[in-house]
Design a protein around this ligand. Structure first.
Ligand SMILES: [Fe+2]
Ligand SMILES: [Fe+2]
Length: 407
């Protein structure tokens, strides 16, 4: 097959990106597009507005929602340590073993997936002009033909740029026409006008309350932002889409609540983001990790992931801060004498934006001004659920309720 590869931040994906994909597919040069939302782009290392998994799943939902055929989204960059330079990514993606496996996993027929493939790197004509300054451009050209898009009214001398790449680096360049759509991701997020964001992406953004004041993380240190970003890449290996986005949403909301109630924002962001990190580990593993943090305090299956998460975040992700680890450990049950941080993570877990198990508006409203009142509302909903299911309420939850003045 002839495969076009299209990399970018997609922060957020917009109509211009979609036009690029559709025009490339219609150009006659390629049969399939593989989109790669960046993980650690060297030009924007940690400077994206959203951590990688949001951009990856937003792109996946968009391609699916728009029904674009012959377009797949790749997570190849998650398996690369350090900066995801194009040359490094292409080396991995275009290797026979990787690409065959990837295509089969994405429902491409085995026979087709095992064919010899030819690869193209899809880019704007503007980037073609700077291509020679990229990291290892010569190596990139060993893997791909450059496929440059020219918009109507484009003033770039694309032929000259193509001739220069051919002469200096000996690569192949092809040109295709793109129906012009003038928009940029940064323009969209700066203006707040999301009309050029495709509908499925807009729904995704709304569901997770992205590109809002809360996701700007104002007042959070650069170090914590970096750790948040890296935690999302680390957890991608262990959690499915829904749970990963949930746990990251809890990070954002915890940071916001920390702002409202005067708690450490960095710690709230990290504790919230990591709170469910162990939830999809095998049960035996959870049992072992839970014991390491809290002995026999937690035995019920559904609770194990909380203390297990504390051990996992400590041993595998390197979190040493006891307050953060405790907030992870007690996020499901609560306990007596909870710290402000523990309360915040407990509450954020129950009401983050994508939660919709019941009408959460009253609790969300309370959470903006009276933490204990929001905690009481949450705890009483939890109590009702347990009673209706005939389950025993954990002793530590009873202690939390006592502290909150509930009988
Ligand atoms: Fe949990
Ligand atoms: Fe959770």
């Amino acid at each position: 097959m002839r495969i076009g590869i299209y990399g970018g931040s997609f922060d957020p994906v917009h109509d211009g990106h979609i036009a690029m994909i559709n025009s490339a597919l219609k150009s006659g040069f390629i049969d399939l597009v593989i989109v790669i939302p960046s993980v650690r782009n060297n030009f924007k290392l940690y400077a994206n507005k959203l951590p990688p998994p949001y951009r990856f799943y937003m792109m996946q939902e968009t391609i699916e929602g728009l029904g674009i055929k012959n377009c797949l989204v790749s997570d190849v960059e998650y398996g690369i340590d350090g900066v995801s330079y194009t040359a490094v990514v292409l080396k991995k993606l275009t290797s026979e073993e990787y690409i065959t496996d990837f295509l089969i996993k994405n429902d491409v027929k085995k026979k087709k997936a095992e064919e010899h493939h030819e690869f193209f790197w899809i880019m704007g004509s503007d980037t073609l002009g700077t291509f020679e300054t990229w990291y290892n451009p010569g190596e990139i050209l060993n893997y791909v033909t450059l496929l440059a898009a020219v918009r109507p009214g484009d003033t770039t001398d694309v032929d000259k740029a193509a001739a220069s790449v051919k002469k200096n680096l000996g690569g192949k360049v092809e040109i295709f026409r793109l129906k012009g759509i003038d928009c940029s991701s940064s323009g969209i997020t700066t203006s707040g006008d999301f009309s050029k964001v495709p509908e499925p992406a807009r729904e995704f953004i709304k569901r997770h309350a992205l590109y809002t004041e809360n996701t700007k993380l104002e007042g959070v240190s650069e170090e914590a932002k970096k750790q948040f970003y890296e935690s999302s890449v680390w957890m991608y290996k262990y959690l499915g889409a829904k749970r990963l986005l949930h746990t990251l949403n809890v990070g954002y909301l915890s940071a916001h609540l920390a702002d409202v109630f005067g708690c450490d924002k960095d710690k709230a962001l990290i504790a919230g983001a990591l709170h469910d990190c162990a939830k999809e580990l095998p049960l035996e593993k959870q049992t072992e990790l839970a014991k390491e943090y809290a002995g026999d305090l937690f035995t019920e299956k559904k609770l194990l992931h909380s203390p297990a998460g504390a051990t996992f975040a400590k041993n595998e992700f390197g979190i040493e801060d006891k307050e953060i680890l405790d907030a992870i450990c007690y996020h499901t049950t609560g306990r007596g004498d909870m710290t402000l941080l523990e309360k915040i993570v407990y509450l954020a877990d129950k009401i983050e934006p994508s939660r919709n198990y019941t009408d959460l508006t009253p609790i969300r409203t309370a959470a903006e001004s009276d933490l204990d009142s929001a905690m009481r509302m949450t705890a009483s909903a939890v109590r009702d659920k347990f009673v209706s299911q005939g389950r025993d309420i954990h002793l530590m939850t009873l202690l939390m309720m006592r502290d909150l003045g509930m009988e």
